[in-house]
Design a protein around this ligand. Structure first.
Ligand SMILES: C[S@@+](CC[C@H](N)C(=O)[O-])C[C@H]1O[C@@H](n2cnc3c(N)ncnc32)[C@H](O)[C@@H]1O
Ligand code: SF4
Ligand code: SF4
Length: 441
């Protein structure tokens, strides 16, 4: 489906940071480094937040730099987004966290927190954060665990810490984490760490470590980036593992807004397509058409049967490694002649829809009208579902009803309660978390 605008924004609210991780992609995307001097003032930040809300982008990640270096700005934006029904989450290295910040976060974060931690080994932590103290991190993590806030840990992995995935996850689990991601360090132009990038065998080892952590320690595991599908070990193709489903959304459903309002296809990319303070979001997004039309995809990928689930791996890394955006991803294997990957639609649980059960729209009814009579419904779980006009009208009607018994609904719209299509649609809406169902009271 052709979108008129992204559905999710990474908002780099500041360049200021308390750490200096040598792998950080911000070293290259912001030519002036971790310096806040170019940050916009509150008034200009408010303008950007307003543009995001007015354009009906309902999912925002506040990132940086380090958002906790500017708590006043962070909470100002968080409150504004929450007031406008935007699901908002934060990326943070956690070192500046304290109890007053936690108390405030509890009232305003709806989409969770992504905490970066490259290692539980103090020396490696210090090296990979450019001076960070692991004991301080541990204390802050405990505070976060005790708060009950929803969060995941993200370990960026390169050759310095590839052998520490299991030990780090285990140490953090002892503090109380439940979700852990290991993300291969992405290559960006200007990054001085080419020699530390994982090779193909190490990518497979990372995936196997994550599967072990899931199996043996019952951790929720993830990779917070998309890898070329052909880089995954063959034995897991077709399994229902979250990270297998990720695909590059740069310039498609996601874009990045920088601390000065510049729009880039993703946080790794340094390519600026326009500035939100001087040009409309729609115009800027339209200029990213190449990212959606797959013009940058390597020729070898065009024959691949999973191209529409993969999009050819990371184009930014391809430029950084080989100087050409049509080059192969650094971890690319061989194109697929069949599609072995799992199809989500087939895995829908068959829920029993009783006539006296009560259904309602889950949370707020958030939608955006797109072209060709299509509507995007923003689901509770941060995903979006396109629906046609007929289904949209049904959802609008349901929203107007609040809670309604299934039998009353069928009666209202003059449909047999046993009608197969009616039941199928309710099943799909439940599966997508667009509606919720409660037993009758
Ligand atoms: C740029 S940081 C900004 C937020 C915050 N300062 C932090 O470290 O979480 C956002 C996320 O990007 C990750 N990251 C930084 N450089 C990366 C790279 N070269 N490849 C992949 N992920 C990276 C960080 O680990 C973090 O989870
Ligand atoms: S803490 Fe985050 S923003 Fe700061 S240098 Fe590290 S990865 Fe980059
Ligand atoms: S050949 Fe290209 S499109 Fe196919 S899985 Fe590999 S990177 Fe993705």
């Amino acid at each position: 489906m052709n979108l008129s605008l992204p559905t999710q924004i990474q908002f780099e609210i500041t360049d200021k940071c308390n750490l200096k991780c040598p792998h950080c992609f911000n070293y290259s995307t912001c030519s002036y480094g971790m310096d806040e001097s170019k940050d916009l003032d509150f008034y200009e930040m408010d303008t950007i937040a307003k543009i995001i809300v007015e354009n009906k982008i309902y999912s925002v990640v506040l990132t940086g730099g380090e958002p906790l270096t500017k708590p006043d700005l962070l909470f100002r934006l968080l409150s504004y987004f929450i007031k406008n029904d935007v699901t908002v989450s934060i990326n943070t290295n956690l070192l500046l966290l304290d109890q007053p910040i936690i108390d405030k976060l509890k009232t305003v974060v709806t989409g969770g927190i992504l905490v970066s931690c490259p290692s539980s080994d103090p020396k490696t932590y210090n090296k990979m954060t450019g001076g960070g103290n692991y004991s301080v991190f541990k204390r802050k993590l405990k505070l976060l665990v005790d708060s009950g806030l929803f969060f995941s840990v993200n370990m960026v992995v390169n050759k310095n810490n590839i052998n520490q995935i299991k030990t780090t996850a285990r140490a953090l689990q002892e503090i109380g984490i439940k979700s852990f991601g290991a993300t291969p360090m992405g290559l960006v132009t200007g990054n001085s760490q080419y020699e530390d990038v994982l090779d193909k065998a190490e990518i497979i080892s990372l995936v196997n470590d994550l599967l072990w952590l899931k199996q043996e320690l019952s951790l929720n595991v993830d990779i917070f980036t998309s890898l070329p599908k052909c880089s995954f070990p063959e034995e897991i193709h077709g399994k229902k593992i979250g990270f297998l489903a990720r695909s590059c959304q740069a310039g498609k459903s996601s874009t990045t807004v920088s601390n000065i309002g510049d729009i880039r296809p993703c946080s790794h990319s340094s390519e600026v397509y326009g500035n939100l303070l001087v040009e409309s979001f729609k115009n800027i997004y339209a200029k990213m058409e190449d990212w959606r039309a797959l013009k940058n995809v390597p020729d070898e990928c065009l024959e691949c049967k999973v191209l529409n689930k993969c999009f050819g791996g990371c184009r930014v890394a391809a430029v950084a490694a080989f100087g050409d955006c049509k080059s192969k991803d650094v971890w690319m294997g061989k194109p697929f002649v069949d599609d072995p990957f799992f199809q989500d639609q087939g895995d829908m649980k068959n829920v029993n829809i009783n006539s006296d059960a009560v259904i309602a729209i889950s949370g707020k009814f958030r939608f955006r009208k797109e072209e060709q009579q299509l509507y995007l419904i923003f689901n509770e779980n941060k995903s979006t579902t396109p629906v046609n006009e007929e289904l949209f009208e049904f959802l609008e009607y349901l929203n107007g009803k609040g809670n309604i018994k299934v039998e009353d609904l069928a009666d209202d719209i003059s449909i047999d309660i046993k009608d197969e299509n009616f039941n199928r649609i309710l099943q799909v809406l439940l599966h997508k978390k667009i509606i919720a169902m409660y037993p009758s009271q």
